[in-house]
Write a protein that binds this ligand. Structure first.
Ligand code: PMP
Ligand code: GLU
Length: 394
């Protein structure tokens, strides 16, 4: 009998984490790799958050927490949703999890039956398709291009909906394109969904605060959307807390209760010390982390300039998150330093081997013409990396 399940054999490895591991391995061999593959802030977690965690240890927090999160943390999340998103949730609608990734996993686990279709505007975050498939769902990719700033139009959404459509999953600001849906664009999508009352939306807002444009709108705020939206958020990005592993949802009560039940049979709840620290993180005004956003914006301007200066690279202007997603299909079919480039994966590997710069292939995000470059790195690293890339593609 086969050792591993079909379920795991059918799953792809997370391309972002795989590339980060490869970069780490090469660095271990003494190679001077610049890692621009992982979406991970290079800042330290702010001191006021660290202090709250230390306090929690000293105060003796060590027991299991309520499965769906401490009451005080849920209250802080409710206040945050009201303050930043104009969304009113009750404690029974909030579930705290081990990262937004687990929040997404829970939602798929409690809502999908075999054959349910999930619309994924491309490019989408690397794990969406595999999480959906794990629970029997069928990802339905909606292709977008740089011409619409990699955003799905209302017409495309309408055309993708079938009687089997259960949900639409998207992130805004988007990982990997950095695109941000405006209020009017979300209203146009909501107008389509109004005609299909059984279709739910998973709105991944983990980059909410990393926004350089006109600001953030939650789709749940749009008329008619609140009761059918699962709003996903977390602290990994804006608070530089990737390793603390706290994410959360605001959702219709039935969905939240089901996630609580699933989590009760899996993790039993998120880490207690991290939860205490996040109470402080979310209670403080977002202005406490503005210094990181300001720095990301400077890096965005810097990297965009450098990327647009390389022949054959064509990028949109990202309004949020910390990625550029240039179209590099110009190089397909060409030979660089004796290496044949047939697709984005070849190109990304070529950059790793020849420029010693780690990026991620667009294939992992449902867009085979692009690569993702993370600018959650110092300006010096960004300048050096793009200099090396330019040198090996010229
Ligand atoms: N959604 C998106 C769009 C992301 O980029 C990430 C990055 N890890 C996640 C969810 C998961 O975040 P977390 O660290 O909270 O699991
Ligand atoms: N979200 C980050 C990224 O896209 C972290 C890696 C991951 O969780 O897959 O690179």
């Amino acid at each position: 009998m086969q050792l591993l399940s079909d379920r795991i054999l059918d799953m792809s490895t997370s391309a972002t984490l795989a590339m980060a591991a490869k970069a780490r391995e090469l660095r271990g061999e003494g190679k001077d790799i610049i890692g621009l593959s992982l979406g991970e802030p290079d800042f330290s977690t702010p001191d006021f958050v660290k202090e709250a965690a230390i306090q929690a240890v000293n105060d003796g927090y060590n027991s299991y927490t309520p499965v769906d999160g401490y009451g005080e943390l849920k209250d802080a999340i409710i206040t945050k949703f009201k303050r930043d998103n104009n969304l009113a949730y009750k404690p029974s609608q909030i579930v705290v999890s081990t990262g937004a990734k687990q929040s997404l996993f829970n939602v798929a686990g409690v809502m999908l039956n075999d054959g349910d279709e999930v619309i994924l505007p491309c490019p989408y975050w690397v794990s969406y398709a595999d999480i959906v498939k794990l629970f029997g769902g069928v990802p339905v990719e909606v292709k977008t291009s740089i011409d619409t700033d990699f955003k799905m139009t209302a017409e495309q959404l309408e055309a993708a909906i079938t009687p089997k459509t259960k949900m639409m999953w998207f992130s805004s600001p988007c990982n990997p394109s950095g695109s941000v849906y405006s209020k009017s664009e979300l209203e146009a999508l909501a107008a389509v969904l109004a005609k299909h009352p059984d279709v739910y939306v998973v709105s991944d807002e983990i980059y909410e605060h990393i926004n350089y444009g006109e600001g953030h709108t939650s789709i749940a705020e749009i008329d008619g959307m609140y009761d059918r939206t699962i709003t996903v958020n977390g602290v990994s990005k804006a608070f530089a807390m990737t390793g603390w592993r706290i994410g959360f949802i605001g959702a219709p009560e039935k969905v939240a209760r089901a996630c609580n039940k699933l989590q009760g049979q899996t993790t039993s709840g998120a880490n207690c010390i991290a939860q205490r620290a996040v109470i402080t993180a979310l209670t403080e005004p977002p202005s406490r982390v503005q210094y990181m956003i300001d720095e990301f914006k400077e890096r965005r301007d810097l990297i965009l300039d450098l990327v647009n200066n390389i022949d054959g690279f064509k990028a949109n202007t990202p309004d949020g998150a910390f990625y550029v997603f240039p179209d590099i299909s110009h190089y397909f079919g060409k030979t660089l330093k004796g290496k044949q480039i047939n697709n984005a994966t070849d190109f990304s590997l070529y950059l790793l081997e020849e420029a010693l710069v780690a990026t991620v292939t667009g294939d992992a995000f449902g867009n085979p013409n692009c690569i993702r470059i993370s600018y959650a790195a110092s300006k010096e690293q960004i300048i050096e990396a793009l200099k090396r890339i330019k040198a090996v593609v010229s």
